[in-house]
Design a protein around this ligand. Structure first.
Ligand code: GLN
Ligand code: ZN
Length: 763
């Protein structure tokens, strides 16, 4: 390298208008052939790579594209296919690929879990003593493609071996090094083939080093990267980390690689440079532009930061780049036609971020004056946003005045639950669902029509009521104990609230991938937050009016709303969380006043928001529990507060779950049932709890025996008087017939176990 370069770490896959999602779903539904799918997705990938998209970027990432998930891609390139999919070697075909991700009739999908502290989910590799082999060098395929079709000499992006294996399951921790050893020659071959094809740079993603890994892992990393350096000296490896500062930086910085990628947005990497310096023989790939947020970069500040960083390295040692892959932000803001201009001007999506990187590279290369105009316009847009929306004094005062009493219920759980039981009169092992019911094509298309003004508000409302009514009947026929209204009026559990709370705004096209083809559209929190009018009361009250059974009110909690929004960064995050909590408190009071007896406040994002750096955990968990309690503290003892969370790995947040003081919690578990149940074996939980008894992320209908086994397994560590029976998560993504069939099975299983339990209790 002779001078400062610009780089990108990854680009969103989904297309400007989610063309990718539609193509995948059309393929799964049999509407298009495999060939058509490949054709459409090839076009999206090449379009993303085109020079006009990543204009001015010196190191353009290739191989970051995926048809589902990049961790799964890594697995299949090594032939890591769980035995139940009857794979016989060779390149993994597309049907098997999707089967691992989504499950098929006779084989359950692989577990899916969150990618570090993001809302992106990856498919957990199952190694189980498998002997991997290189069945497809995907990095090479994509490197060659970009070269041949577009003349781009790309930078292949590969999930690094230490991170890949750390994210896998199916081996004993003590075998870690042995497992690494089996993959080492394969990775070496990947790199060798890339070098032979002419690749000069390769990005090995090793975000696991942004978590506090044991020293032993560092030693293994040293061995692995030494091996690469000796075997494939021709290729320049960038050891890429992101989402936090690097732990054990003093050792990582000396790895025998050409470059080290650090995140200067989410961790105090500058402090590491100050304390330990940076080696003279390496390139520092500095993540300067936030890859996780959508607000315009303050170019003034960013340039100053770069100037500081430059004091530690020479000219030819610096790469300017986003803090992480741009996978976590929407593609382009150019399609947004309805946003307030002040907000729009303050936004930066993937395409804009690439420009910011290029601009900053120019600034640090040629001096501040070279980008004076850009700095001026960014500063003006940010100042304007601040002055217009970030100074609601009354909200700010309320936050300052809060005490711990404001966040605790008057009656303790043991007394509350008695009052609740008397009024709710539920059977042992009550059944319920998590909230949303299938959003059929009709539901979606009617909403689209309404949004486009093609049908009136009244007609839309009538339609939603019709759906609620139909499903109240279905749930009664299924004999479910606690009903839901179905969330038909909601597009997304966070966006829906974002549209109605003050201080929020929603985009039209600001989608990001969550899992597989599923994308979410996080709302923007651009200012101070407050409640203006009831949000959910109408639908809940209507649903309750139709039945004798209890219908749960359904809200999204403050932690999840915060974590799943793009939050401006000029007010402390936890203050904004309290602002949201106070707004929700008003909504919860409104539901209670209108006769709703059970109110569920979902917190599926609580776990994923856990900072990667353990030193930051306590502050986060305390703030989260406080905000949840603040939102739910003012209800009467007889009003039952539920909450729901997605995914296992609860050990870390067990105390926090308890501190939420929710009367009932439902937790998603079926893809890793045993692990969660054992958490409850080791910790005493006194409140009520439902562990998901079947997996809703797969279209597969479970058998009564399976569901019973799940319930019975849970009852080994949880008392039947505490236990609820529910699916894993909301049902909105499922089709109607499969949902009804699965719920039938669930209710049947609950009844059988209930019967057994009652008999035992009598004995
Ligand atoms: N109530 C929500 C639903 O059922 C909860 C979703 C979630 O946990 N992600 O859709
Ligand atoms: Zn869930």
């Amino acid at each position: 390298m002779t001078t400062i370069k610009s780089s990108n770490l990854g680009y969103p896959r989904i297309g400007e208008n989610r063309e990718w999602k539609r193509a995948l779903e059309n393929f799964w539904n049999g509407n298009i052939s495999e060939q058509e799918l490949i054709h459409i997705t090839d076009e999206i990938r090449l379009h993303n790579l085109k020079k006009q998209k990543q204009q001015g970027i010196d190191l353009i990432p290739v191989g970051d594209f995926s048809l589902y998930d990049h961790v799964l891609d890594t697995s299949i390139s090594f032939g890591v296919v769980p035995e139940r999919f009857s794979y016989e070697g060779g390149k993994v075909d597309l049907d098997t690929y999707f089967a691992i991700a989504r499950g098929v009739d006779d084989a359950v999908a692989s577990e899916m879990t969150k990618w570090f502290n993001t809302n992106y989910h990856y498919i957990v590799p199952e190694l189980n003593g498998m002997k991997p082999s290189l069945v497809e060098n995907r990095a090479l395929t994509y490197y060659n493609e970009a070269k041949e079709k577009l003349g781009i000499d790309g930078k292949p992006v590969i999930l690094g071996p230490i991170t890949y294996i750390s994210l896998s399951k199916g081996y004993d921790g003590s075998d870690f090094e042995a497992v690494v050893d089996t993959f080492l020659p394969l990775y070496t071959q990947v790199l060798q083939e890339l070098a032979d094809a002419g690749a000069t740079w390769v990005q090995l993603d090793e975000p696991i080093f942004s978590t506090d890994v044991p020293e032993e892992i560092i030693r293994i990393a040293e061995k692995v990267y030494n091996h690469f350096a000796n075997q494939v000296p021709a290729i320049n490896i960038i050891f890429q980390t992101y989402f936090e500062k690097v732990f054990h930086y003093d050792r990582i910085k000396n790895l025998p690689v050409k470059g080290i990628g650090l995140d200067f947005v989410h961790g105090d990497s500058l402090k590491l440079l100050t304390e330990y310096g940076f080696p003279k023989d390496k390139v520092l790939a500095a993540g300067i532009v936030d890859g996780r947020n959508v607000w315009l970069a303050n170019l003034e500040d960013k340039l100053s930061l770069l100037e500081t960083i430059k004091r530690f390295v020479h000219e030819e040692q610096l790469i300017v780049q986003p803090s992480s892959s741009l996978l976590h932000v929407p593609v382009t803001k150019s399609l947004e036609k309805k946003l307030d201009q002040v907000i729009l001007d303050g936004l930066s999506f993937a395409d804009d971020k690439i420009h910011e990187v290029v601009t900053l590279t120019k600034g640090i290369k040629s001096g501040r004056h070279a980008i004076a105009k850009e700095i001026e316009s960014a500063t003006a847009a940010l100042n304007n946003l601040h002055a217009t929306y970030r100074s609601n004094q009354s909200v700010r005062n309320k936050i300052t005045d809060l005490t711990s009493e404001d966040a605790s219920r008057d009656t303790a759980f043991p007394d509350r639950i008695k009052t609740q039981q008397e009024s709710l009169k539920l059977p042992l092992l009550p059944t319920t669902t998590i909230g949303s019911l299938p959003q059929t094509p009709e539901v979606r298309s009617t909403r689209t029509k309404w949004r486009k003004g093609k049908i009136t508000d009244a007609a839309y409302e009538q339609f939603v009521k019709g759906q609620i009514q139909r499903w109240i009947t279905i749930q009664e026929e299924l004999d479910i104990d606690v009903l839901v209204h179905g969330e038909f009026e909601r597009n997304d559990m966070v966006e829906y609230f974002g549209e109605k709370l003050k201080g929020f705004s929603v985009t039209e096209y600001g989608w990001v991938q969550s899992y597989g083809s599923r994308c979410v559209k996080p709302p923007l929190i651009f200012g101070d937050v407050s409640w203006e009018q009831p949000i959910t009361v109408k639908e809940s009250v209507f649903a309750q009016s139709l039945t004798e059974r209890t219908v749960k009110g359904m809200l999204t909690g403050p932690v999840t709303i915060l974590n799943w929004s793009f939050v401006h960064d000029t007010t402390p995050r936890y203050d904004i969380m309290k602002q949201i909590a106070l707004a929700l408190q008003k909504e919860i009071e409104a539901l209670e006043e209108n006769g709703i007896k059970i109110i569920q406040v979902d917190e599926p994002a609580l776990r994923e928001g856990l900072p990667l750096n353990q030193e930051k955990w306590k502050k986060y968990l305390d703030a989260s529990a406080y905000a949840f309690r603040l939102a739910t503290a003012t209800v009467k003892a007889g009003t039952q507060i539920h909450t729901h969370m997605c995914y296992s790995n609860f050990e870390d947040i067990f105390d926090c779950i308890d501190a939420l003081d929710a009367d009932v919690i439902s937790i998603e578990t079926s893809r890793s049932h045993g692990e969660l149940v054992s958490t409850f074996e080791q910790n005493t939980y006194t409140k009520e709890i439902g562990l998901g008894v079947y997996d809703i992320h797969s279209p597969r209908i479970p058998s009564v025996e399976e569901v019973k086994a799940n319930i019975e397994r849970a009852l080994q560590s949880i008392s039947p008087t505490q236990f609820w029976v529910n699916p894993d998560c909301g049902l909105k993504t499922r089709k109607e017939p499969e949902t009804i069939d699965a719920l039938k099975v669930m209710v049947q299983a609950a009844k059988e176990v209930r019967q057994d339990q009652l008999t035992t209790l009598k004995q």
